[in-house]
Design a protein around this ligand. Structure first.
Ligand SMILES: C[S@@+](CC[C@H](N)C(=O)[O-])C[C@H]1O[C@@H](n2cnc3c(N)ncnc32)[C@H](O)[C@@H]1O
Length: 325
């Protein structure tokens, strides 16, 4: 089929495996964010969740558990092919079939960066065991080029939270507490991902104008956020019922509209950051390091003092010391 083109993004009501083969060239995608069907009879998920199903879209297409291993290998191989070297992929998965996804990833050259736990609210209801309230997010890269990771896209490296800890460090821990959204009247997919989760992945792992791909659009949440952050998107949804119920919503999104809601990180630059070291400064640095540590100053405090004196960042001081002492 021809894609539906909205804001320069391409949407296909097709199977993602054959669709990707037909429409997406090798090494062309900057970032993949995708949430495959769980292979656990997703049509019955509402029996576990305590929510009104009136606004949940019908038509969700599940993959039988017997087909899940091959299905996972087939789509993940396509994902590997279309990703640019240096491109990133985030796969959201429950725990039941996680091992099939991990096994499929093992059969590619994709490299693990982080195994993130997303802790959400509205856990699955249970009486005789613990309440399950997390998903796994597998963050991998295609090796070959340097990967986009915008370390200060949300919090500057020197920003502190009210307890005095680093906000940047906190935001980059690999356990994310992000609530699922409660959208009272909006028509949504089963398991629709919250915008905040998608915004976070896109801020760290892509830039404006980058091409993002979602193999399993569902409620088109990835597309909504990609357009809202001025990224381009290409995506697939096999269910005609879901595809045609959601596609029109994409027209009403204004490209870049989400930027208003984003906090502005306080970026911190030291005067000499990025400049190469002169041999005189390197000698001086080594002398000051020895002097301060001999006086009993801890290594951490010494580097803090040297950062101030040499007007450079932590890692620059640390690297220069390693090379010269
Ligand atoms: C877990 S949902 C995605 C939810 C989505 N991330 C969201 O936030 O709404 C998986 C979706 O994949 C669709 N799907 C199942 N098999 C597919 C296939 N082979 N190709 C494309 N889409 C498929 C299902 O109909 C379902 O809507």
């Amino acid at each position: 089929m021809d894609p539906i083109d909205i804001h320069g993004c391409y949407f296909y009501n097709e199977d993602c495996i054959t669709g990707a083969r037909e429409h997406i060239p090798d090494d062309s995608i900057d970032l993949i964010i995708t949430d495959p069907p769980y292979g656990i009879n997703g049509g019955q998920l509402h029996l576990h969740y305590n929510r009104n199903e009136k606004h949940v879209l019908d038509g969700y297409i599940e993959v039988p558990s017997s087909e899940y291993p091959t299905f996972s290998i087939n789509w993940i191989k396509e994902a590997e092919r279309i990703l640019k070297p240096g491109g990133s992929i985030y796969i959201i998965s429950g725990y039941t079939n996680l091992f099939h996804i991990l096994n499929a990833l093992h059969q590619t050259e994709l490299r693990e960066i982080n195994h993130i736990i997303w802790k959400y609210n509205f856990g699955v209801f249970t009486r005789k065991k613990y309440v399950s309230s997390h998903y796994h997010i597998l963050y991998y890269e295609k090796p070959g080029e340097s990967r986009t990771f915008n370390v200060e896209s949300r919090y500057g490296l020197n920003e502190k939270n009210p307890n005095g800890g680093s906000s940047n460090y906190r935001d980059r821990e690999d356990v994310w507490e992000i609530p699922r959204e409660y959208k009272p009247r909006r028509l949504k997919n089963k398991n629709e991902l919250p915008d905040d989760l998608l915004v976070k992945m896109m801020q760290y792992s892509s830039n404006e104008g980058d091409l993002v791909c979602d193999f399993f659009l569902g409620g088109f949440s990835t597309a909504r956020v990609a357009i809202g952050l001025n990224r381009k998107l290409i995506g697939f949804e096999l269910s005609s019922q879901i595809f045609w119920a959601k596609i029109d919503e994409m027209k009403s999104i204004i490209p870049g509209e989400l930027f208003h809601d984003l906090r502005k990180p306080e970026l911190f630059r030291r005067e000499n950051q990025g400049k190469s070291w002169s041999s005189e400064d390197l000698i001086l640095l080594a002398e000051r390091f020895i002097q301060l540590t001999e006086e009993g100053t801890s290594k951490k405090d010494t580097i803090g003092i040297l950062q101030h004196e040499f007007k450079r960042g932590y890692w620059s001081i640390e690297r220069a010391l390693k090379k010269n002492i």
